[in-house]
Design a protein around this ligand. Structure first.
Ligand code: SF4
Length: 246
């Protein structure tokens, strides 16, 4: 095969794949509402959440999309209950429930948080909020939920109670090991109380909206991992804004 033919075939296959990825993500983002999202409240660095809200950059979006793609495929094809992939909204400032339709009609959705719950399952008499997480175990055995995921599911508890008057006291993370054929580790735990989480939401929302939060340097940007990878797409902007003096 001559080189130009080879290149043409490879480019065609690559472009087709990239198009398929964007189509899938566009379909998934179609219902993404322009509010703060649960993920903005559980990031280890609030400045990163601030940038998520304020910076629109197509190159960074492409990087984020590549990370999102695996999760989108997984969630779409692993429905554990009828209550699956349900989007919920809650007004943090006025402590009231909102439907996604209400929020879409608002000109200014300030103070509203949106989140999409993976699955709500019933075990005995209890409702349990379930979320699937892919990770690379590389031999490590999980025995406790990550703190950010614990917070995430506790926030879903608030949104679920406000939106559907269902109180789920328990959560379960289903960790799926990408380095071992998606080997499963389920971890069940009790969620934080609704009042405690509402207080956390109000406080974090204030920190996110009263100016740029200070940087918190963690695994997201310290490069202390096997491949020296930086997971925060805002590193350059953050350096300009004084990453090392926060
Ligand atoms: S580079 Fe680090 S400190 Fe700066 S926003 Fe990103 S995660 Fe936060």
């Amino acid at each position: 095969m001559d080189n130009s033919k080879k290149e043409q075939i490879q480019n065609t296959v690559l472009t087709s794949f990239q198009k398929a990825v964007s189509t899938t993500l566009e379909k998934n983002n179609g219902s993404r509402i322009k509010t703060v999202h649960v993920s903005d409240f559980v990031s280890p660095c609030l400045r990163k959440s601030y940038y998520n809200q304020h910076i629109t950059d197509s190159e960074q979006d492409t990087i984020k999309n590549k990370v999102l793609f695996m999760g989108v495929i997984l969630h779409e094809h692993t429905k554990l209950s009828h209550f699956h992939e349900v989007t919920m909204c809650y007004d943090i400032v006025n402590d009231r429930s909102m439907t996604p339709q209400d929020v879409e009609d608002l000109k200014d959705p300030a103070g509203i948080i949106t989140g999409t719950l993976d699955d709500l399952v019933k075990v005995g008499n209890e409702f349990v909020i379930v979320d699937k997480k892919t990770w690379n175990a590389r031999g490590f055995v999980k025995t406790e939920p990550d703190e950010s995921y614990f917070k995430q599911l506790s926030i879903y508890r608030v949104l679920l109670k406000e939106s559907y008057n269902i109180d789920a006291k328990y959560g379960c993370l289903l960790y799926l090991d990408k380095s071992n054929d998606l080997n499963e580790t389920p971890l069940a735990f009790e969620l934080a109380s609704i009042n405690e989480t509402k207080q956390f939401l109000r406080q974090t929302y204030n920190e996110l909206t009263c100016g740029m939060p200070p940087p918190t340097i963690t695994y997201l940007c310290n490069g202390k991992n096997k491949f020296g990878r930086i997971y925060c797409p805002y590193l350059e902007q953050c350096k300009k804004d004084g990453r090392d003096v926060g």
